[in-house]
Design a binder for this molecule. Structure first.
Ligand SMILES: [Zn+2]
Length: 711
């Protein structure tokens, strides 16, 4: 006898056998029992979950000799013929291959005749969404007024592709993916009947791979039987199913949670040696992380995991908090898609997992909120006198700095409390250097564990604050002596008192030209970006630019102009006592306000010389664009007019090739100092105690630093 695949051999023979679709079969059985059957049914759901099987069961229920009944006998002629697919009154049509209007016309024709032998003429159309529009229209008429002996049963995986007119005329039943636990139960029953030896764990693997499709699960079981035989052990099951060993996945997840990059690399190397696909491993790892999140949220493992696996999951889940697990899942899950497109999936997975290893720990919002509340409570408890004292202390300790810090906001806010006046009793209690009863409050407190980043930062801040406060308050501070015994909130004497330290102003603008972080990176200098929109094919200066007034070149002839300063008007803004380069820089500064584009083009060139009545600027070959923008007679004369105004005498502009040793252009110098400054600001920001504390409290990492400054 030929081998019958399990999926066919174990096809449900009664409504009760349909696994995982109890909601559908119950409704249908009730309708049959009550004689209230619709004339058209639509069975929707994923493939392989029992739609066609249910359609045939329904046909049998309708046409069984002892029916209509919810329990067709399965032995009468109609029942047997329907199972065999040879019943004349039950017509099965594949919508995919008979999707034309002609097929539907034939069907309509057939529907007009009474059933030859049985109670009903049943039309089962599989994949009904494949019918053409014309076919649907042809079907519609029959669906509207079907003869009483006709029943339609449609099955589809894509109900949304059906026209509304069809949907509104059928009774719809939605099939679900078969839950893994039910699938394992059904598989177990079949294996026991068939005499197959297999563990629940392997059945779980099959169920997971089948993704809710019972038919797929049975096909996989068939596949296992043919490759392994009747006695299936877990390892062969994994290998035959192309699955990644769970223990490997577990170990990789362990390395992730333990932040063990070295072990991660070793594990991945082992995985590749065994020929496991990168994407496959990533999928399995995502599944593992999902299970861990599940365990955290629900308290137990997903139903398809065995007891041993559940225990392992629980232990692993205990290593991380839910937020961190969720972030890891996001990272790993996102990688699955990326790996599909990666040219080197192995490298992509390696880097993705290693970066996940070093991902900053996420703190739970509750923990962060609690920490912030504690800090806020500490501040509220003794902030007024504390900050006044701290500022006063510093002022006393460093007399030269006092005047400077007087203007600082922190000093201003503290001003209402004169340092010499006695503080109110309540406020005088906390003193900065007093021994604290809070474990975290004193510099000499026990060492903070390495993994407590917040504690470490707080300790660091305390250590920094302590010597300053202890040494600083002594001279002439007049702090109440009795207060030192009774410090209520010791924690506040630590970090935040130290951080409003006014002396290092890391973000204050420096002397050089300010740089705004939101500007595009310097290509032609930030000035180009600020200039009015300029399109390359336009002449920057209109051709009809006004002629240079003659007085510039002939001052003596002009009543209003005077280049010699004899009339008392300042001849120009140039200061000949300065160095050449500085003079040119100032001239450009001035020019920027008059003609920012011309200024940009001139700034890019290298100053060759600046002498009375002539400026020469050199351009390299790469800078031909800038030079060309100044070379037209109109633009040159416009610039010369401005230069004449600035230097107080007619000034010729010479544009020439740059000499080898011409030095830097003004624009280059500006860019360099801007870059230096931005780099310095970034590193200062990175190390600023407030930033460190914020990173620690929120468990974050620095994504990027923008240098923002007002100009
Ligand atoms: Zn029967």
């Amino acid at each position: 006898m030929s081998y019958l695949v399990l999926a066919r051999k174990w096809r449900p023979q009664a409504f009760g056998d349909v696994t995982g679709q109890e909601h559908v079969v119950r409704t249908l059985a009730n309708a049959i029992a009550q004689g209230r059957l619709a004339h058209a049914f639509l069975l929707c759901g994923p493939r392989g979950v029992g739609k066609t099987t249910t359609a045939r069961l329904l046909a049998r229920a309708l046409n069984c000799e002892s029916g209509p009944t919810a329990q067709p006998c399965g032995t009468c002629v109609p029942c047997r013929e329907i199972v065999a697919g040879s019943s004349v009154d039950v017509v099965e049509i594949d919508g995919a291959s008979n999707n034309g209007v002609d097929s539907v016309r034939e069907l309509r024709e057939a529907a007009r005749y009474l059933p030859q032998r049985d109670r009903h003429k049943v039309f089962i159309i599989d994949e009904v969404h494949m019918l053409s529009v014309a076919a649907f229209n042809a079907l519609l008429k029959t669906l509207e007024e079907p003869p009483p002996h006709v029943k339609f049963i449609f099955a589809t995986t894509d109900p949304q592709k059906l026209p509304e007119t069809i949907l509104s005329r059928v009774q719809r039943h939605n099939f679900r993916r078969v839950p893994a636990a039910k699938m394992v139960g059904r598989l177990r029953g079949i294996c026991d009947e068939e005499g197959i030896t297999i563990s629940d764990r392997s059945l779980g693997l099959i169920a997971r791979q089948a993704d809710g499709g019972m038919r797929d699960a049975l096909s996989l079981l068939d596949q296992l039987l043919s490759s392994v035989g009747m006695e299936i052990d877990d390892a062969s099951a994994e290998e035959a199913l192309g699955l990644v060993d769970r223990t490997v996945v577990h170990a990789v997840a362990d390395a992730l949670l333990d932040r063990d990059g070295k072990r991660m690399v070793e594990l991945l190397a082992g995985v590749y040696e065994r020929g496991i696909e990168a994407k496959r491993l990533c999928e399995e790892l995502a599944l593992q992380l999902r299970d861990l999140v599940y365990v955290k949220a629900v308290g137990s493992a997903p139903a398809d995991r065995g007891d041993a696996e559940e225990q392992a999951l629980r232990e692993q889940a205990a290593k991380a908090d839910p937020e961190h697990l969720a972030r890891l899942f996001d990272r790993v899950h996102g990688s699955i898609r990326e790996l599909s497109f990666a040219a080197q999936p192995r490298l992509a997975l390696e880097v993705a997992l290693l970066s996940a290893v070093h991902m900053a720990p996420a703190q739970s919002l509750a923990a962060v909120a609690a920490r912030l509340e504690a800090v806020a409570a500490g501040l509220a408890g003794n902030a007024p006198s504390q900050s006044a004292q701290a500022v006063g202390t510093r002022q006393a300790a460093r007399p030269p700095a006092a005047a400077r810090s007087q203007g600082a906001p922190s000093a201003a806010s503290a001003a209402p409390v004169p340092p010499a006046s006695p503080a109110p009793p309540a406020a005088r209690q906390p003193t900065p250097h007093a021994p604290s009863r809070q474990p975290m409050g004193r510099p000499s407190s026990p060492p903070v564990p390495e993994d407590d980043l917040i504690g470490q930062v707080e300790a660091l801040a305390r250590a920094r604050a302590a010597p300053r406060q202890a040494g600083g308050r002594a001279p002439g501070r007049g702090a109440p002596a009795g207060g030192s015994d009774d410090e209520g909130e010791g924690g506040s004497s630590g970090p935040f008192a130290a951080w409003d330290e006014p002396s290092p102003p890391p973000f204050a603008p420096g002397p050089e030209r300010a740089f705004r972080g939101d500007e595009p990176p310097p290509f032609a200098g930030a000035e180009l970006q600020r200039a009015p929109a300029f399109r390359g094919n336009e002449t920057p200066f209109p051709p009809d630019f006004p002629e240079i007034p003659s007085r510039i070149f002939a001052p003596e002839a002009s009543p209003g102009g005077c280049a010699t300063n004899e009339c008392g008007e300042p001849a120009g803004m140039d200061d000949p006592s300065l160095g050449i380069r500085e003079r040119w820089r100032r001239a450009l500064e001035w020019l920027r306000g008059k003609d920012s584009m011309a200024c940009t083009f001139l700034s890019e060139g290298r100053l060759a010389w600046l002498r009375e009545g002539e400026v020469a600027v050199g351009y390299s070959r790469e800078q031909a664009f800038f030079r060309s923008q100044l070379e037209s007679p109109a633009s040159r004369s416009a610039v010369e007019e401005l230069l004449a105004t600035y230097f107080g005498r007619p000034t010729r502009l010479r544009l020439q090739d740059a000499a080898e040793d011409a030095g830097s252009s003004v624009a280059e110098e500006d860019r360099r100092s801007r870059d230096d400054r931005a780099r310095r600001l970034r590193s200062e920001a990175r190390e600023h105690p407030s930033v460190l504390a914020a990173l620690s409290v929120f468990g974050g990492e620095i994504d990027g630093i923008d240098v923002l400054e007002e100009r």
